[in-house]
Design a protein around this ligand. Structure first.
Ligand SMILES: Nc1ncnc2c1ncn2[C@@H]1O[C@H](COP(=O)(O)OP(=O)(O)OP(=O)(O)O)[C@@H](O)[C@H]1O
Ligand SMILES: O=P(O)(O)OC[C@H]1O[C@H](OP(=O)(O)OP(=O)(O)O)[C@H](O)[C@@H]1O
Ligand SMILES: [Mg+2]
Length: 322
């Protein structure tokens, strides 16, 4: 028998709650695995093991092929495996998850009124060195992302000061002149009197489900991952549709026309019975249209899951790890 499918999920920090909620929504709730706090299981799936790690450790585990799947931020994926060809070879992006949005940005003191774009920063960096006899210092934990962006803008007169926390405080503390860090609402930057440089957005990040191309994927692991992705997709599809039920004398004809008009699907259109799946955002247009055709009672339901025969996420993943 092959080993379990291992999924690494953030155990702390910004992504933890959302990651657990994401699996729970798909009907895949975590249950604690006895006394081993850093391990959990998914209820009902015996051949899955959840490894609870920090978001940054997860990228390393995925890149090394020690886990099959992981949830982590795109910023960490790019920072941990900066070289594009290598990243492509090691990590398959299964799906963006719609949470954990954060931009990696270059930010300078608001008081630097002459610095608006990266080009201004290049001028300042050069002058700074001539004037102070030392390099401009950039505080960051995104060392590779910062270097690549500075390179791309032809900035060479600077030095990176590695920061492991409270990076935004570095300029005021005098340990660096500017920073590269993530921001979401901008409030931490504002509180520290920093502003984003115009072309200083290095990466727009979001939490992703990622797969390890270098892990050992047994046929059983692939089947399990397909079952998991089936449920994830079914939940996402369900959120996007409403089920509309009614009776009409010409249900078959009305079903065809409604499906075409609203971009939906007629699930049942026989005799006088009509069951439609309609995009959620168009559901009331669809109801009005059915009433216009003579429908009396029209009932609208939210679906819990909508399973379809095809699973493009699982197909792409299988191809990526083949
Ligand atoms: N303010 C934020 N809003 C939304 N997502 C964020 C925010 N800050 C960070 N993230 C995302 O969550 C990831 C993990 O950040 P977080 O600060 O939770 O990690 P951490 O637990 O501090 O990790 P470590 O201790 O390894 O640095 C980030 O890399 C980013 O993708
Ligand atoms: O733009 P904002 O909405 O203000 O968010 C940005 C801040 O959030 C993150 O820090 P976090 O609170 O996770 O603390 P940490 O640095 O200890 O990880 C990030 O490192 C920024 O400091
Ligand atoms: Mg943080």
């Amino acid at each position: 028998m092959s080993g379990p499918l291992i999924i690494a999920v953030p155990s702390k920090g910004r992504l933890q709650e959302n990651a657990a909620a994401f699996f729970a929504r798909a009907g895949l709730p975590f249950v604690q695995n006895g006394a081993r706090e850093y391990r959990a299981r998914i209820q009902g799936l015996d051949d899955v093991e959840i490894a609870l790690l920090s978001a940054s450790e997860i990228v390393g585990e995925v890149a090394a092929g020690r886990v099959h799947l992981g949830i982590t931020g795109l910023d960490l994926v790019h920072e941990s495996v900066p070289e594009p060809a290598q990243r492509e070879r090691l990590i398959h992006l299964v799906q963006p998850l719609g949470f954990g949005h954060a931009d990696v940005v270059v930010a300078v003191p608001k008081a630097w009124i002459d610095v608006r774009a990266m080009a201004d920063l290049a001028d300042i960096a050069h002058d700074f060195r001539a004037r102070h006899g030392r390099w401009l210092r950039v505080a960051t934990k995104y060392i590779h992302l910062a270097r690549a962006h500075f390179d791309a803008h032809g900035i060479v007169d600077y030095r990176i000061v590695e920061s492991l926390g409270a990076t935004e405080g570095a300029p005021a503390a005098g340990s660096a002149e500017l920073i590269v860090d993530i921001t979401t609402t901008g409030s931490t930057l504002a509180a520290n009197a920093l502003k984003i440089v115009e072309d200083g957005v290095i990466l727009r990040s979001e939490a992703h489900l990622v797969a390890a191309r270098g892990a050992e994927w047994s046929a059983q692991n692939l089947a399990t991952v397909r079952a998991i992705l089936d449920r994830i997709l079914a939940e996402a599809r369900a959120r996007a549709v409403r089920e509309v039920r009614t009776r009409l004398p010409d249900a078959a004809e009305a079903g065809r026309a409604a499906a075409e008009a609203f971009g939906g699907t007629a699930l049942v259109a026989e005799g006088s019975e009509l069951v439609l799946h309609c995009p959620a955002r168009r559901v009331y247009d669809c109801v009005a249209w059915l009433k216009g055709r003579g429908a009396k009672t029209v009932a609208v339901f939210a679906a819990e899951a909508v399973f379809e025969p095809e699973n493009p996420l699982a197909d792409r993943l299988a191809a990526a790890v083949a």
